[in-house]
Design a protein around this ligand. Structure first.
Ligand code: MRU
Length: 353
């Protein structure tokens, strides 16, 4: 790909591609402090569950690098403050918390006993998180390959590609892998109101990759399934509860219900870092409510009457009953998810023979 959603610069800065400006402008912004990194996550300069996690980890590396303190206790106190601010940036994608938990483990690891050791360990853990993201996405793409028939028409919602991760992406990674393996695919790209991640970002990525696609409005999926035939839907996830209920971009639930009504397989593609076994079901997932302005204005122009009441949840929860399978880097999981997701983690954690 001719871009990186995020990149660590050795002189101690985090470079983010400003996704709010795509596809019109490819602008990179360099960050050197965690407050602006947290704001970049909140304002969606960077977005997509895995990319948010990677960014937060590097946000902690910025704190470590800039710190002037001389004791481990003082460094830990500075890092704790940054951790709190970064955790508050967006509530739904569990990858944010997962990545920050990984950094916390390194901070508290007795093996890192000096200021210099903690600083070095945080940066190397942030690099490891980003590298894992890239490798895991590649494997998700390969694992999903068998589910994509040749000549498939596929509906995709939001953006789950290189912009949302490192390199391949999750749901879009499966589509890209199928394309690279010579399968002819045609993607119906949900525009994804209100932030238009589909129309702006997914269409841009698919174009860069030469994958045939068409942007459709979110409400058109039923029409396409009924009139033209759709072979599968594949979407990403921000958090998957222990029972398989899946939080993803608003509109995913509608798509899943329509797919169910038409007998179209509905797949969720996500890394294990998006599966939250501590959350038993989807009703317990916090749904981010965003500013009304995202609905009332398009490109700065007000499209609604003055003072209209707006509801703007950024995500919804698709009940597990509508999900045909969950595609992870460790394999494809089918219902019953309560049992099979847990089994997947047990297998992933088991020492290899
Ligand atoms: O609000 P966004 O753009 O961060 O929402 C992104 C999504 O809903 C994606 O589908 C999800 O994070 C998976 S990205 C691999």
């Amino acid at each position: 790909m001719g871009f990186r959603s995020l990149e660590w610069l050795d002189h101690g800065a985090l470079r983010l591609l400003d996704q709010r400006l795509l596809p019109a402008q490819k602008t990179y912004v360099d960050y050197t402090d965690y407050h602006t990194v947290a704001a970049a996550i909140r304002e969606m300069v960077v977005r997509g569950a895995p990319a948010i996690g990677d960014t937060a980890a590097y946000g902690m590396a910025l704190v470590a690098r800039a710190s002037q303190v001389e004791t481990v206790e003082a460094l830990r106190a500075e890092l704790a403050q940054a951790d709190t601010v970064l955790r508050a940036s967006r509530p739904t994608a569990v990858n944010l918390f997962w990545a920050l938990d990984r950094i916390q483990r390194v901070i508290n690891d007795p093996a890192n006993a000096t200021v210099a050791e903690i600083k070095a360990a945080i940066l190397s853990e942030a690099h490891a998180i980003a590298l894992d993201d890239a490798n895991v996405c590649k494997q998700i793409g390969l694992n999903g390959l068998a589910l994509v028939p040749d000549e498939a028409t596929i509906i995709h919602h939001c953006n789950t590609g290189s912009l949302a991760t490192q390199d391949y992406g999750t749901a879009l990674g499966i589509i890209r892998t199928a394309h690279e393996h010579g399968k002819h695919v045609h993607v119906l790209v949900d525009e994804t109101r209100p932030r238009l991640q589909g129309a702006r970002l997914t269409a841009w990525e698919l174009r860069e990759q030469g994958i045939p696609h068409q942007v459709i409005v979110d409400g058109a999926s039923g029409h396409f399934m009924r009139r033209l035939g759709v072979d599968l839907c594949v979407v990403g996830a921000d958090r998957i509860a222990a029972n398989g209920d899946t939080a993803n971009k608003i509109g995913t639930y509608n798509l899943a219900v329509v797919a169910h009504a038409h007998g179209v397989p509905f797949y969720v593609a996500a890394p294990l870092s998006t599966i939250d076994l501590k959350t038993p079901h989807g009703d317990e997932i916090e749904i981010e409510e965003r500013t009304p302005r995202e609905i009332t204005h398009v490109e700065g122009v007000q499209i609604t009457p003055d003072d209209v009441q707006v509801g703007n949840p950024a995500f919804d929860v698709t009940p597990a009953q509508y999900i045909t399978a969950i595609i992870t880097e460790k394999g494809i999981v089918y219902p019953p998810y309560e049992i099979n997701l847990r089994r997947l983690f047990d297998l992933a954690e088991a020492p290899s023979a």
